[in-house]
Design a protein around this ligand. Structure first.
Ligand code: CTP
Ligand code: CA
Length: 231
């Protein structure tokens, strides 16, 4: 879709989008990370800019992606760095979208020197909990600011993806939660795929099914809902 075919319904809005994975150091040369490509977050940032928003993209580790045009990019490594950047950029924002895959845990201590192999079995890595950035954004309750979360769910033997999504939205307290259906029956993996499918759940009980499609198409549906709510 050509940019000039898009609505300008985010004109003058300030949006913050996080993308990619956070990586937690273990020693000076090693990290614990995840396989988020950052593509969904980059698509959200690109589409928002095309629709007139002032966009700050807080990017963790990603595939080799071209930075979107007319978007301010802040690169971060750890969850703590992402937290600082998101909360800072989020201060004057109309909406913050947490599309990043934030590490739930980090190594309790970071070795000052490269860990050596030695001759014996390795020590276990002790982990500690990371701050929940989305929870902090929600707890701040800045009037007029919307907070959007993302969740990748597979469902399990008893619960489907949608019911996990609803429970998570209630627990998280965000205005919207985008639930991506990953793995499961189709074996579809949203992390490494160009396409996504799922639901857009609203705190008001609304739910919009997001058909399998490009990450740009999914981004457009998210901004439709956000622009509606901001209007
Ligand atoms: N998130 C966050 N900070 C964290 C963990 C997650 O801001 N430390 C955000 C993610 O960016 C996403 C949302 O919270 O927008 C949901 O992440 P998810 O991993 O699905 O939720 P968790 O509460 O961590 O639950 P779990 O991993 O156990 O399913
Ligand atoms: Ca998590």
């Amino acid at each position: 879709e050509a940019p000039d075919a898009l609505p300008r319904d985010l004109q003058g809005r300030r949006v913050v989008v996080s993308a990619g994975g956070t990586a937690e150091p273990l020693d000076p040369v090693r990290t614990l990370g995840n396989r988020s490509s950052g593509r969904q977050g980059y698509a959200l940032a690109r589409v928002a800019a095309q629709r007139g928003a002032h966009v700050t993209l807080v990017a963790g580790s990603t595939a080799a992606l071209d930075p979107p045009a007319a978007v301010e990019v802040v690169r971060v490594g750890t969850t703590e760095e992402m937290r600082t950047a998101v909360l800072d950029a989020g201060k004057g924002a109309d909406v913050v979208v947490m599309a990043a895959a934030v590490a739930d845990f980090r190594p309790q201590s970071v070795a000052g020197f490269k860990i050596k192999k030695g001759d014996t079995e390795p020590d276990a890595i002790r982990l500690t909990r990371n701050p929940d950035i989305l929870a902090e954004l929600v707890a701040e309750r800045v009037p007029g600011r919307l907070v959007v979360g993302f969740a990748a769910e597979t469902g399990d033997a008893e619960n489907d993806v949608l019911s996990f999504g609803r429970a998570k939205l209630e627990r998280k307290g965000s205005d919207f939660l985008v639930v991506n259906a990953v793995g499961g029956r189709t074996g579809h993996n949203a992390f490494e795929s160009a396409d996504n499918e799922g639901w857009l759940l609203g705190a008001d009980g609304s739910s919009v099914q997001l058909p399998m499609g490009s990450k740009a198409a999914l981004a457009a549906r998210v901004w439709d809902a956000v622009a509606d709510r901001l209007a």
